[in-house]
Ligand binder design. Sequence first.
Ligand SMILES: *[C@@H]1O[C@H](CO)[C@@H](O)[C@H](O)[C@H]1NC(C)=O
Ligand SMILES: *[C@@H]1O[C@H](CO)[C@@H](O)[C@H](O)[C@H]1NC(C)=O
Ligand SMILES: *[C@@H]1O[C@H](CO)[C@@H](O)[C@H](O)[C@H]1NC(C)=O
Length: 357
Amino acid sequence: MSPNPTVKIKYHSLAPIGDSSMKKKKKVLFLIVILVVFIWILGIFSRSSESDLELGEDSLRAMLIQTQEELRISRQQMLHYEQMLTSSCVDQINAYHGNDQVPTIYVITPTYARPVQKAELTRLSHTFMLVPKLHWIIVEDATNKTELVANLLKESNINHTHLHALTPDQYKLKKKDGHWKKPRGVQQRNAALDWLRLFRSSDNDKGIVYFADDDNSYSLKLFSEMRRVKRVGVWPVGLVGGLKVEKSLVNAQGKVIGFNSMWAPQRPFPIDMAGFAINLDLINRNENVKFSFDVDRGYQESAILSKVVTSLSQLEPLADNCTKVYVWHTRTIDPTFAYEAVLKKKHMAPSDLGMEV
Ligand SMILES: *[C@@H]1O[C@H](CO)[C@@H](O)[C@H](O)[C@H]1NC(C)=O
Ligand SMILES: *[C@@H]1O[C@H](CO)[C@@H](O)[C@H](O)[C@H]1NC(C)=O
Ligand SMILES: *[C@@H]1O[C@H](CO)[C@@H](O)[C@H](O)[C@H]1NC(C)=O
């Protein structure tokens, strides 16, 4: 039988350990004695400065109280956020879906291909994803629907209708034209209104129609407000018409009596497109409710509103009697790509080769 190698190793390694472990034990004992003496001395010192210790305890207690207070505030904030979230999303979604009495919000968005398009539509879709019972009608100014928009809609999981309607050549904006020169979105908004008349009936479908351009910024509160529209609802719009806010003027009886607009105030309804919504019923019952290429700059809103209301008092002032701003007429600067030209000059690939930006 060959000797067990493990045992052998153990034997060899045990001998020296036996010696040094005795030394180590002595060392440890010595250290313990030193430590005990040290603690004892420390005890004497701390007893001699009991007032100091008390001070330490006091500040500790104060810190604890402060931490407790901070925790309490955080907890309150958490509860507050939770409440906000439940009331604005979950409850609404639960209450709204399958409830025929809650109108669907039909948001009509004209859009066209440009470098910032995906960024704008992404931002917009992320707002709309949080709004229950919303149907997004997105209309591309193009000869065909694009993959970019189709994919974005698919990923968003928002109920939607994807259309395209090309602006006739004579109305197309030239590069040098100011963005106001010719009416924009006419063909596209009308295509969406036609779709509504075809596929939604006044009898079965309750709805509110809102024209939401793809570059504005929208608060979720706006959608809660507009869901209450009976006929035509109006609310303030921020950052538009050369003012910080354009709004309807509301009297003590809660009726609209005018507007604060400074730009072309003679318009029958000097309101921005983002500042009103119309009940679907009015659109369905009147073929003439549509936009036109034959109206002057800034008159599109007046053209359509004058077909659905005959007097200012029919306008329903929302957003706390037009005292709150829930939508902003934000503009994205057109980016320039100076270095793409440099890449081209150097016969290098464009930065977005094979990518959707
Ligand atoms: C438009 O898109 C459809 C579906 O993607 C395609 O079948 C059709 O050929 C396209 N038409 C044009 C003119 O590009
Ligand atoms: C889309 O609409 C259908 C029917 O109107 C509804 O059942 C569904 O919940 C909606 N989906 C979303 C994500 O809103
Ligand atoms: C709007 O004003 C009317 C009349 O003053 C008032 O009765 C109503 O409560 C106000 N609504 C809101 C939401 O403040």
